[in-house]
Write a protein that binds this ligand. Structure first.
Ligand code: EPU
Length: 359
């Protein structure tokens, strides 16, 4: 297994040989699916950590059908691609990313309520959905109101906070398969701690949640309480990707508390700092901050954790390496189809959440 550091040290991608052919293919897909395609955007402007290099092509569908069309066409063409939501759980490295980023940010439509159900697209803001559900007197996601991500990112990683996880209330998820929108029952998905059974080759397009009717004032009060706790215990207004590492599963141990007890709050490498508010947050500061700074700091924390506690910390944020040559190597909140297991944080690209993270 490669570590994050090793992954960042691998050579530049080799899929530059037929750049012209790739450009033509992307432009043709954009035309065919009627979506915008842009060059020269940077992860630094598209992720909450505000670091990361140039993106070869960014594709921006506005509808679920458009996104499914793009995903199908990219898959068929063999072009490498990844899916990005709000970028709130992704640390992309500083190099040039020679693959297509399919941004779901614009696939947001409106949340459509019907009794105790709500249907919403992947790019819709999770905090906004929580507020709208509370207004409708629907309970089940009020604890997630402070997670700054998209619905798609939350689904991909089964985002959770304050005793609630989105997977608990999913009736069905719409995914892209072979260019089409397919509905998958929530019961067929495995919803684990910050991890799901969604796999590569499918893209999450939206979902229908089934919530529980309750008094809107009480739901709102619980949501405010969750946000208050979050504000008191986690950095806000800072450039972060939520918690950087998972809590060791089944242990009841808070990674943040342990990093705090190791005296690492405020520890800095370049423009990356262990948050003085919550030690499981790495925040970036200043114009010169780089992904490399955050990774170096994270790897040093992992190393110390291994040495002092014998625990291998697993990344909770997704680490996106620039090297990616075919669509078979993907990570992101692409989902399944091909039966291939979704890589976990410290395997392929030692990991990326769509907070995701608390996102
Ligand atoms: N604590 C410290 N020092 C710290 C951080 C925490 O002493 O620097 C103590 C707290 O005072 C508390 C205990 O550790 O007594 C637990 O802290 P907290 O309630 O913040 O929970 P956590 O386990 O650190 C998890 C999630 C958060 C989620 C909160 C609330 C993970 C990795 N983290 O944090 O999720 O918001 O519970 O539900 O599962 C995220 O997913 O990105 C995230 C931040």
């Amino acid at each position: 297994m490669q570590t994050a550091t090793e992954l960042l040290e691998v050579s530049e991608p080799q899929n530059t040989a037929d750049a012209t052919g790739r450009d033509r293919a992307v432009e043709e897909i954009a035309r065919r699916c009627s979506v915008r395609a842009e060059r020269g955007r940077r992860f630094a402007e598209l992720t909450s950590l505000r670091v990361g290099g140039v993106i070869d092509w960014l594709m921006l569908p506005e509808t679920e059908e458009g996104a499914a069309c793009v995903a199908g066409a990219l898959e068929a063409s063999g072009l490498a691609w990844r899916v990005l939501g709000a970028g709130s759980n992704v640390l992309a490295d500083d190099r040039e990313h020679k693959y297509v980023v399919l941004s779901m940010r614009e696939v947001k439509g409106g949340a459509s309520f019907d009794g105790d159900r709500v249907s919403v697209s992947a790019g819709f803001s999770l905090p906004r959905l929580c507020v709208e559900a509370a207004r409708q007197g629907l309970s089940g996601i009020e604890g997630l109101g402070g997670i700054p991500g998209t619905v798609g990112g939350a689904l991909w990683m089964n985002a959770g906070a304050y005793g609630q996880e989105i997977g608990q209330v999913v009736e069905s998820v719409r995914v892209a398969r072979a260019g089409r929108v397919v509905e998958v029952p929530g019961g067929e998905v495995k919803w684990d701690y910050r991890h799901t059974s969604f796999k590569e080759g499918e893209l999450l397009l939206g979902c229908t949640l089934r919530l529980k009717p309750d008094d809107p004032e009480q739901i709102k009060a619980r949501m405010e309480e969750a946000k208050r706790k979050r504000f008191a215990t986690q950095p806000h207004g800072a450039r972060s990707a939520g918690c950087f590492f998972k809590n060791p599963p089944g242990s009841g141990i808070s990674t943040g508390k342990m990093i705090d007890e190791m005296g690492l709050k405020g520890e800095r490498r370049g423009g990356a700092v262990v948050s003085p508010v919550h030690a499981n947050f790495i925040v970036t500061e200043g114009e010169g901050a780089r992904a490399e700074d955050a990774l170096r700091l994270a790897e040093e924390i992992r190393e110390r954790f291994r040495r002092e506690h014998g625990i291998e910390l697993e990344y909770e944020v997704e680490l996106w390496g620039a090297d990616r040559e075919s669509s078979q190597e993907g990570v992101g909140f692409q989902v399944p189809g091909a039966g291939e297991e979704k890589p976990t944080p410290d395997t392929r690209y030692p990991t990326p959440s769509v907070e995701g993270g608390e996102k």
